[in-house]
Design a protein around this ligand. Structure first.
Ligand code: PMP
Length: 438
């Protein structure tokens, strides 16, 4: 395999910057966290991405989750080709939307009704509007280090005090919007109690909802405690607060039933994204019938989309679910993740490089730290970003494509072969050796 940086990337990046802000259509792609020039991808097949010079990279990003069957998986490509031949969009109902809704409700018991959107951002934004419409309350709670897309009320961080009014994290977000968002530390039961004591107590509740990544995939991979989830569910129940699980990252990824099945928690609403459309633009939100019946046209919470439930995305998703529901699918992914991480830990130990890891199903995270496995955003922020950047570039030079940020999770697909995993471990061995001698 020919694996080196393609010098053409510099040229392509310059050209891209001429008419695209920062040369990218989503900021993380610009390699800001690790430095250097992004690789421009021309095509992908199975476990591999190919750049414009046909250099191959074993891919652990998988389009940030959806490529669980590998790239250009033949049954999905066939489904999309057939769908395209039948017309790209009708702006009218199709039976494919019903098939996928039935499938999601069958696989995720907390979901009784589900509405398709075009992205994860739309799903979370709509779920929050729904929670507000259902409860008649304005305030929402989110957690530090969780990402729920780029809608105004979610681009907010904690104010100077934990229970203060939130502050926008992006210019252009009115502070009037941010003041309705409370941001708490993740995985912190005391903070939950303090928040509910203040905003949802015997006098009534000001809280419409709590939105949480049940396993965080946007601060590397952080798995919270069972107690955190049990407490959250209990407090929301006691005070009629809608509990929203954002499973855009974890849904059909950590297991067929998502993180909610892993923790045995029934959220009121769940958001999905990415994976449902097998790589085509899709999101969804769904949950308890009584809440979902508030969505238009049944209820007064408006939500819509010209391309929502797009036939290509639905037919790709249906083909994908056929594979995910095969016996042993997730065990096979988990076994591969174990093999890879055990190998990486071994070579890290050999070279005296301190790493920690998290894993569940087809999702995993690697931290450069000799502290305990991170439990929240603060812990992740204290990991060695410089070591990660060195590792990232070393791996890229050796043909391994990881997320260009120490704050992102990694993904395994069913297309990754044992040779891919061994090549990745070998690359890590070389890169750790270089890091140690640098
Ligand atoms: N929620 C989570 C947990 C996510 O990881 C993301 C995207 N990474 C989103 C929401 C937003 O999804 P999208 O990028 O499709 O708008």
């Amino acid at each position: 395999m020919k694996t080196h940086h393609n010098p053409k990337n510099n040229q392509l990046f310059l050209q891209a910057k001429k008419h695209i802000p920062g040369g990218v259509n989503s900021p993380v792609r610009a390699f800001a966290g690790v430095g250097g020039t992004p690789i421009f991808i021309h095509r992908a097949k199975g476990s591999k991405l190919f750049d414009t010079e046909n250099n191959a990279y074993i891919d652990y990003v998988g389009s940030w989750g959806p490529m669980i069957l590998g790239h250009a998986y033949p049954p999905i490509i066939e489904a999309v080709q057939q769908a395209a031949a039948d017309g790209l969009s009708f702006g009218a109902p199709t039976p494919f939307e019903t098939t996928i809704a039935d499938k999601i409700c069958e696989l995720i018991p907390s979901v009784e009704l589900v509405r398709m959107t075009n992205s994860g951002t739309e799903a979370t934004m709509s779920a929050i509007r729904l929670a507000r419409g259902y409860t008649g309350r304005d305030k929402i709670v989110k957690f530090e280090g969780c990402y729920h897309g780029h809608s105004d009320g979610l681009l907010v961080k904690a104010g100077s005090g934990m229970l203060d009014i939130g502050e926008p994290t992006s210019k252009g977000v009115p502070s009037d919007f941010a003041k309705h968002t409370i941001t708490l530390p993740y995985n912190d039961i005391d903070a939950l109690h303090a928040c509910f004591n203040k905003f949802a107590n015997e006098q009534g509740s000001e809280l419409a909802c709590v939105i949480v990544e049940p396993i965080a995939g946007n601060m590397n991979m952080v798995i919270p405690s069972q107690d955190f989830h049990d407490t959250l569910r209990q407090l929301c129940d006691e005070h009629g607060v809608v509990l929203i699980f954002d499973e855009v990252m974890t849904g059909f990824r950590v297991g067929l039933g998502g993180a909610q099945t892993h923790f045995g928690i029934t959220p009121d609403l769940t958001c999905f994204g990415k994976i449902i459309g097998a790589g085509l633009p899709v999101g969804a939100f769904g949950g308890k019938r009584a809440i979902m019946e508030c969505v238009a046209p049944l209820g007064g919470v408006y939500q819509a989309g010209t391309l929502s439930g797009n036939p290509l995305a639905m037919r790709a998703g249906i083909a994908m679910f056929d594979s995910l529901t095969k016996d042993g699918f997730y065990q096979q992914l988990a076994d591969k993740v174990d093999y890879l991480l055990n190998g990486i830990h071994q070579v890290a130990d050999k070279h005296g490089i301190a790493i920690r890891s998290n894993r569940l199903g087809g999702m995993f995270g690697l931290f450069f730290t000799d502290n305990n496995i991170p439990q929240n955003f603060d812990d992740v922020s204290k990991t060695d970003n410089q070591a990660f950047a060195q590792f990232f570039h070393g791996m890229l030079d050796n043909g391994i494509y990881l997320a260009p940020s120490a704050f992102e999770a990694a993904f395994m697909s069913s297309a990754h072969s044992m040779q891919d995993l061994d090549a990745t471990i070998l690359a890590a061995d070389k890169v750790f050796a270089d890091m140690k001698s640098a």
